[in-house]
Design a protein around this ligand. Structure first.
Ligand code: ADP
Ligand code: MG
Length: 326
């Protein structure tokens, strides 16, 4: 049974950045305003996330790592109107099957913090009372220690760290009211955004002045498609080694091949050769029209009226580029 769980977990968490994304979403669900992430060896050795959110109640500590345990879903019907990131109770369970997981947490009402360690979805011993601030600190050590093939496939800590920078940077831009800090253990911070910052300021902090100077604001509302879009894109005279596409659908960082291709096509028409774009779009769709469950990593999304949605976004970006350059 543990083997089956481990295989399932390995499909949900394919690299440290996937685990971190789930953990950040949990912190955001817990209303954290400050999130500090510390990493060793690209997250393969050590990945810690500290938040100042609601914390986990002592009596819930024995179940948080069981599969399908979630505090975020009462009725199946809620699936239609999920307001929070998590709803399947699978992230912590998965991680506990493929890593050493420790939770240190304190709720506002509790006199002390508690520290609990997990293995294969279960508590290892009783939670220990200890000192700690309100909020939750989750430490993931030796990720994939028991998944030999996965561990072998992820040989470059630097590459894993690059993925981690991308997700943290993305969530920091999208959640500019929350402060994010990312650092390698014992080294200087690589990302630091203040609490109550702005989207543009965080784009500047993370991607640099040359991008921030070029930004054009995108705004789009479509009543019939029940869609609203807000974001920032670089103008056509911006040029950089590497393009960035940050796509959030209903506040979840996702990949959407059809949107990516449509935007690539627009920029290919207007950008000078070898130039690349920066695009950050926050798309809100009626949750009833979005299927976030399509893939275990919840990375690829599917939604209704995809063709129309993509076309609207494409036109909007295109006309912005044209109007600013004519
Ligand atoms: P889900 O997010 O789908 O509910 P998870 O496995 O990600 O499932 O988390 C399980 C539960 O653990 C959550 O429902 C929540 O109650 C609790 N939890 C996890 N992380 C945090 C956190 N950082 N702060 C407060 N509660 C948390
Ligand atoms: Mg979750």
């Amino acid at each position: 049974e543990d083997v089956v769980n481990r295989i399932a977990a390995g499909e949900i968490v394919q690299r440290p950045a996937n685990a971190l994304k789930e953990l950040m979403e949990n912190s955001l669900d817990a209303k954290a305003t400050n999130i500090v992430i510390t990493v060793k060896a690209g997250g393969l050795k050590y990945l810690q996330i500290q938040d100042n959110g609601t914390g986990i109640r002592f009596e819930d500590l024995n179940i948080v790592c069981e599969r399908f345990t979630t505090s975020k879903l009462r009725e199946y019907d809620d699936l239609q109107v999920i307001g929070t990131y998590g709803f399947r109770g699978e992230a912590l369970a998965s991680i506990s099957h493929i890593a050493h997981l420790t939770i240190l947490t304190k709720t506002d009402g509790s006199k002390c913090a508690y520290k609990a360690s997990y293995e294969n979805g279960k508590l290892k011993g009783l939670p220990k009372p200890c000192a700690g601030n309100n909020g939750t600190q989750i430490t993931v050590e030796d990720l994939f220690y028991n998944v030999v093939a996965r561990k072998r496939a992820l040989r470059s800590p630097n590459e894993e760290y690059t993925h981690i920078m991308e997700v943290v940077g993305g969530y920091a831009i999208h959640n500019s009211h929350v402060g994010f800090t990312l650092k390698k253990f014992g080294e200087n911070t690589d990302i630091k955004t203040p609490i109550n910052s702005t989207t543009v300021e965080n784009i500047r902090v993370i991607h640099g002045n040359s991008i921030a100077r070029e930004l054009l604001e995108i705004e789009l509302k479509d009543e019939t498609l029940k869609m609203s879009v807000h974001g920032f894109i670089t103008n056509v005279n911006y040029s950089n080694r590497k393009g960035t596409l940050l796509l959030f659908i209903n506040h979840r960082l996702v990949d959407c091949v059809s949107i990516r291709k449509a935007l690539d096509a627009v920029y290919a028409t207007y950008l000078p050769k070898n130039a690349h774009s920066f695009v950050y779009l926050s798309i809100e769709l009626d949750p009833r029209n979005v299927d976030v469950n399509v893939h275990p990593t919840k990375h690829e999304v599917q939604f209704l009226y995809e063709e129309q949605v993509v076309e609207r976004i494409k036109c909007c970006v295109e006309s912005k580029l044209i109007s600013c350059n004519s």
